[in-house]
Design a protein around this ligand. Structure first.
Ligand code: TXA
Ligand code: MG
Length: 347
């Protein structure tokens, strides 16, 4: 993968400050460039969704498989109709409840969406982010913006500009720095193209919240289990090993005492714990905490940075304490399962 671009670092503290930098980033997008920018979930790597060449640049910069489709980001509901063939009734209800916010909806697509964006599918993923800098950037570029997470394909998603710099320096035209992302995990992805709405990826908007608005909502089996051999992925992104540090990650399901006993009995070169704050006093190995045991939101916002720290410490094996699986916890669990390549030990 060539490092063939001069990357500008553009600090944008808010939409009321650093407006020149914000405009420069918007101009780069409008001119077909690649710009990493903050959202409330994770940083995205944006390009004009209607420009095939610009979109091809995203796949090259990330080393992303061509069949993994991109989410198109908008800053108003008006921007959606040219991109979709139909707006299901459920979408209107979800938009009213959760947009702008960390929810992506899959619609049947219109002819305006290039095949490169949709990975050759006849659907398109759309998200209306809540982050003010993201929205103002899209508004100033005056274009729908295709944006996957701004990490190298396979690495943990970036929740700070430093993570983007680490992965993408020299590969993109600009990185907009607005500090760290609040939610910390990618948006919830829900498909509205089948009979029953189906969650393809859990995220900041929980399955419980979606059911409150829509009634019946299915959760795709691939959320919590490996895809059966030969089965087609509803969301192509679920096929790939994801969010993985270089270290081997093993997910341990059990209480605080069982976790500490298991990990301490394996202490030695390159062993570390990826744990809750409350686990720290009982551990005899280097430990990277990723939030409080009963606080899924804190786990979500810290997980990806913690996975990167595991590698910075040079760990060979990280034993991760399994989070709760309800609410935002389901999203934390889903990302850790993939980081662990589904290696789970029940204590
Ligand atoms: O929070 C987020 O969603 C972040 C920020 C930047 O907005 N973006 C993000 O994009 O996570 P990415 O590319 O890392 O993940 C998009 C996921 C992938 O799993 C992809 O396969 C799925 O959404 N996806 C995109 N378009 C789809 C479609 N038409 N049908 C099914 N799945 C789709
Ligand atoms: Mg991603």
């Amino acid at each position: 993968m060539a490092k063939d671009r001069d990357t500008q670092l553009l600090q944008v503290r808010s939409i009321y400050e650093d407006m020149e930098n914000l405009q420069r980033a918007a101009d780069l997008l409008a001119g077909g460039g690649l710009v990493a920018f903050p959202t409330e979930t994770v940083y995205g790597l944006g390009a004009n969704a209607l420009d095939e060449e610009a979109v091809a640049g995203i796949f090259k910069a990330k080393g992303r498989p061509q069949d993994n489709p991109l989410i198109v980001h908008v800053c108003s509901l008006d921007m959606i109709s040219p991109l979709v063939a139909k707006v299901p009734e459920a979408a209107i209800r979800l938009a009213g409840a959760f947009w702008p916010g960390p929810l992506t909806m899959i619609f049947p697509k219109s002819g305006a969406v290039p095949a490169a964006v949709s990975g050759g599918l006849d659907t398109v993923a759309i998200r209306f982010p809540a982050h003010m800098v993201a929205r103002e950037l899209i508004r100033r570029a005056d274009l729908p913006i295709a944006a996957p997470s701004a990490n190298l394909s396979g690495s943990p998603s970036p929740t700070t500009a430093q993570h983007c710099i680490h992965d993408l320096m020299g590969r993109v035209d600009a990185i907009v720095d607005s500090g760290s992302c609040g939610v910390g995990l990618e948006s919830t992805v829900i498909s509205l193209t089948g009979e029953t709405p189906r969650v393809l990826r859990p995220g900041g908007v929980t399955v419980e919240q979606l059911r409150e608005v829509l009634g019946e909502v299915e959760v795709d089996p691939a959320v919590c289990a490996p895809l059966a051999k030969g089965a087609a992925a509803a969301s192509p992104g679920m096929k790939y090993r994801h969010y993985a540090p270089r270290a081997r990650v093993v997910l341990l399901e059990g209480d605080r005492r069982a976790f500490a006993e298991y990990v301490n009995s394996r202490k030695g070169e390159g062993v570390c714990a990826l744990c809750f704050e409350e686990d720290l006093p009982g551990l005899e190995v280097p430990a990277v905490p990723y939030g409080a045991e009963r606080d899924s939101a804190s786990q979500a916002s810290r997980l990806f940075a913690a996975l990167r720290r595991v590698d910075e410490q040079g760990a060979k094996t990280a034993y991760a304490h399994c989070p709760g699986k309800t609410g935002v916890g389901l999203a934390v669990y889903n990302r850790l399962l993939r980081a662990a390549a589904f290696e789970v030990v029940r204590l």
